[in-house]
Design a protein around this ligand. Structure first.
Ligand code: AMP
Length: 438
């Protein structure tokens, strides 16, 4: 009996999984599928690459098999919301693959292409509609799609959707959902804005969280340099100016800081590009391509943008800013030492962020080795007892949208806050460490 069979999935799904070559459920699948089969709401904390798509797609298909019903015209039984056109298409493909031995219909809805085919696909109704928020709202507004008959709603990569400025679109969509439904929310991070969204959408949810393999984390050599914030750029230069740094990802907290750091590195003769939610999809893709082919040595990224970085040979991760949420540190450093390689994760810590380092060290249950033998060492930063900085920004105030290939532009949307501040605080950080399962 396969492990998927033990989870209680129906035969047509098991057959498809067998053909896909899936033998063992991933941790997010093993954690989420039993709850979802019981019809529970779910908060899933997992990144791309963990198998999270199947974690929701498989129990949804199982539900459709067990409750066969025709979808209403212009309606869907299941809605999956995702931030970009690429992700929408990929989720649609995954559903189709897992459903290949059952009667199943689906439609994908995203901007940047004509709407006629999408309108046509929705006319008779579908089992599963996978959609980017902007185009979905357009078609709902024009009366081509009716959300009132949904039975299951999934928000995938919710933090990225908020980061891309979809918060108002999501609220408008949510206002049209039927009260009685099963709701799933997946996010890689848990800033207060996601906590708020989860709280308003989910009823008595189960929480399932997965983090990168600790075996990977153990292979990463970590170090911290204490520096004054005014000298961070020079200290970073010193770190990057080393032949061993083949490909590096530099993390900043703010989008504008990512731009500034990339600019500084370029001026200093180091090829660098910033990637964050304000960059267009095209700019991000060019940066990624350059990073892969070696013409760009350093990517400067904010936490959420970094999730699009799918490159195995990252030799170094540099934390220009420490993250305000300890979990994010683990995710960041997991960008290096992939596929069995070794990697370095070196952090710059100023007096203000000293408290965050203490939180991180509690999370990873060890002290990060300190390097003091360098020209920028600051004893003040090392000995700082300042309270953790409280970062502002409320719901959805996380900077502009960007990269949204799957978004129909041009609809009057309220202006974004110019700020790109993360929305977590030190207190939130400690709350985040209290996980219910893993
Ligand atoms: P995702 O996190 O949903 O983007 O999935 C990452 C990749 O893992 C995709 O290519 C999936 O096809 C694959 N995958 C998902 N679940 C399993 C599994 N249980 N066994 C093997 N591969 C899987």
């Amino acid at each position: 009996m396969s492990s998927f069979q033990a989870l209680g999935l129906a035969a047509p799904i098991l057959q498809a999984l067998d053909e896909e070559g899936y033998t063992t459920p991933t941790p997010i699948q093993a954690g989420a599928i039993p709850h979802l089969l019981k019809g529970k709401d779910l908060l899933g904390l997992a990144q791309t690459g963990t198998g999270k798509t199947a974690a929701f797609a498989l129990p949804i298909l199982n539900y459709l098999l067990e409750h066969p019903r025709r979808a209403a015209p212009r309606g869907a039984r299941v809605l999956v919301l995702a931030p970009t056109r690429e992700l929408v298409a990929q989720i649609g493909d995954n559903f189709a693959a897992y459903a290949r031995h059952m009667k199943f219909s689906h439609a994908v809805i995203f901007g940047g292409v004509g709407q006629n085919r999408q309108v046509e696909a929705m006319k008779r109704g579908v089992d599963v509609m996978v959609a980017a928020p902007g185009r979905l709202l357009d078609l709902v507004g024009q009366g081509h799609i009716d959300l009132s008959t949904l039975e299951i709603v999934v928000l995938d990569e919710a933090d990225r959707m908020l980061d891309m400025g979809f918060v108002h679109d999501i609220r408008r969509i949510v206002a049209r959902l039927p009260e009685k439904r099963q709701t799933l929310l997946f996010s890689a991070t848990m800033p207060p804005s996601i906590r708020d969204l989860a709280h308003s959408l989910l009823k008595d949810p189960e929480t399932v969280q997965v983090t990168p393999e600790s075996s990977t984390v153990d292979r990463i050599r970590q170090a911290v340099l204490f520096v004054d914030s005014a000298q961070k750029k020079e200290a970073l230069m010193m770190l990057v100016n080393n032949d061993r740094v083949v490909r590096a990802v530099v993390f900043t907290l703010m989008k504008h800081e990512a731009n500034k750091v990339a600019e500084f590195l370029n001026k200093s003769g180091i090829t660098a590009a910033a990637i964050h939610g304000n960059k267009s999809q095209g700019a991000r893709e060019r940066a990624m391509q350059g990073f892969r082919d070696g013409s760009i040595r350093v990517l400067v990224a904010t936490d959420i943008a970094a999730r699009g970085i799918d490159v195995d040979e990252v030799s170094h991760v540099f934390n220009y800013d420490l993250p305000n949420v300890p979990e994010a540190y683990v995710h960041r450093i997991g960008r290096t030492a992939r596929a069995g390689r070794e990697g370095w994760a070196v952090s710059l810590c100023d007096a203000e962020q000293r408290a965050w380092l203490r939180e991180i060290e509690k999370r990873i249950s060890k002290a990060v080795p300190v390097i003091t033998d360098h020209p920028y060492h600051s004893a003040d930063a090392q000995n700082s007892t300042l309270p953790p900085p409280v970062l502002g920004g409320g719901r959805g105030g996380r900077g502009g949208r960007g990269g949204g290939g799957g978004h129909a532009g041009g609809r009057g949307r309220s202006p974004r806050s110019p700020s790109s501040r993360p929305t977590a605080s030190g207190q939130a950080a400690s709350r985040n460490r209290r996980r219910r399962s893993s």
